[in-house]
Design a protein around this ligand. Structure first.
Ligand SMILES: *Cc1c(COP(=O)(O)O)cnc(C)c1O
Length: 345
């Protein structure tokens, strides 16, 4: 049976590197959304908790419920709750309808648009939203934005940070005026956190939201002491289904796209596009970790290689796979089917 191994030492190592780079006074929040970037939500939650992580971010309420016993605070980026829910789940306010939908006493984080023009309220609406949040008896635990320019070497990143500094200033003023507890402030994901930490002045938020770097990836266009030292957490293994000796000229798989140049030993392995691994067709050249080509075309539940090993490592680094399919490591990882067995090593 195919398996994903999760290297607990690598995860710990990555969190150590990141936290020493960003500084001990900034809280390290872990982003566990989308099944912990395909790694397995419960498994990564356990490792993060054992490491001492206190705040995590997940995609929605359903993900938050699955790990609510592990952390003091779990923020659900999207969606609203149904029925009764644990007190330690915070919901994100992107719209007035979200305020109206939540029962009194619920923890909320207010998302503000700082230049990505995607989600969040406008900074001109902060006063109105905070007033509504207070009137509705919600507990404002955080105000945040998402700086989407951390990877790019232009000034948009600094502009986003400047805008967030103004937002923080306004919220501090409102907190003094209306006497509510100052919420936590956060704006940086992996690339932004690593970048801001290296800038003069360092990070001026309370917390950073670390996703991809925790899993061992940080492909950015600026020099930094983190990228090259990260270790990949996940590796995908496939097990042999069948082996045969096929004659020269034999055609393999759907439409017989591959035809053998010589008599060969050929095996199928139990990963296909139904398992969330991209479908390899005649336009892709994709190799397993040990260098066996995944022969086009792969099927829903298996692929073929010229090899007879019992088990092969499909990848222990998603980057070459991402390049072959013109995408990013995030997508290769998050697509991995939750049904594949995860094993912490
Ligand atoms: C996904 C996400 C992150 C984490 O981003 P990485 O690049 O994986 O570190 C942080 N904040 C928000 C709002 C996100 O959606």
């Amino acid at each position: 049976m195919a398996e994903i191994t999760l290297n607990s030492q690598a995860l710990k190592h990555n969190l150590n590197i990141i936290s020493s780079h960003i500084g001990a006074n900034i809280e390290l929040g872990a982003v566990l959304k989308d099944n912990a970037y395909g790694h397995g939500l419960e498994q990564i939650a356990l490792l993060a908790r054992d490491y001492g992580i206190k705040s995590v971010f997940v995609k929605n309420y359903a993900e938050a419920l699955r790990i609510s016993q592990y952390f003091p605070l779990i923020t659900a980026f999207y969606g609203m709750p149904e029925g009764k829910f644990p007190k330690n789940i915070a919901f994100v306010i992107n719209d007035k309808a979200h305020i109206a939908a939540l029962p009194r006493g619920t923890k909320v984080e207010l998302k503000v648009n700082a230049g990505m023009n995607r989600n969040g309220i406008e900074s001109s609406e902060i006063y109105t939203f905070i007033e509504l949040i207070l009137q509705n008896g919600l507990e404002l635990v955080g105000v945040f934005c998402h700086n989407g320019y951390g990877d790019d070497v232009d000034s948009a990143f600094e502009q986003g940070q400047k805008r967030f500094a103004e937002i923080k200033q306004e919220v501090r003023g409102l907190s003094q005026k209306y006497g509510f507890k100052l919420p936590r402030f956060h704006s940086l994901s992996s690339s932004g956190a690593v970048r801001a930490a290296a800038n003069k002045g360092g990070i001026s938020d309370d917390l950073v939201r670390i996703g991809i770097a925790m899993y061992g990836y940080l492909d950015v266009n600026f020099q930094n002491p983190v990228s090259a030292n990260l270790q990949k957490v996940a590796a995908l293994y496939a097990d042999r289904v069948a082996t045969r000796i096929a004659q020269k000229g034999a055609r393999i798989g759907y439409s017989g796209c591959t035809s053998l140049e010589r008599e060969s030993v050929i095996s199928t392995y139990d990963i296909g596009y139904g398992d969330g691994f991209f479908r390899v067709n005649e336009r892709h050249k994709v190799y397993t970790k040990e260098g066996y080509q995944i022969l086009p075309r792969s099927s829903m539940d298996c692929f073929s290689c010229l090899c007879d090993k019992h088990r092969i490592c499909v990848f222990d680094n998603a980057t070459p796979i991402a390049k072959a399919f013109d995408t990013i490591s995030y997508e290769v990882l998050t697509r991995l089917s939750p049904a594949i067995k995860r094993t912490i090593i």
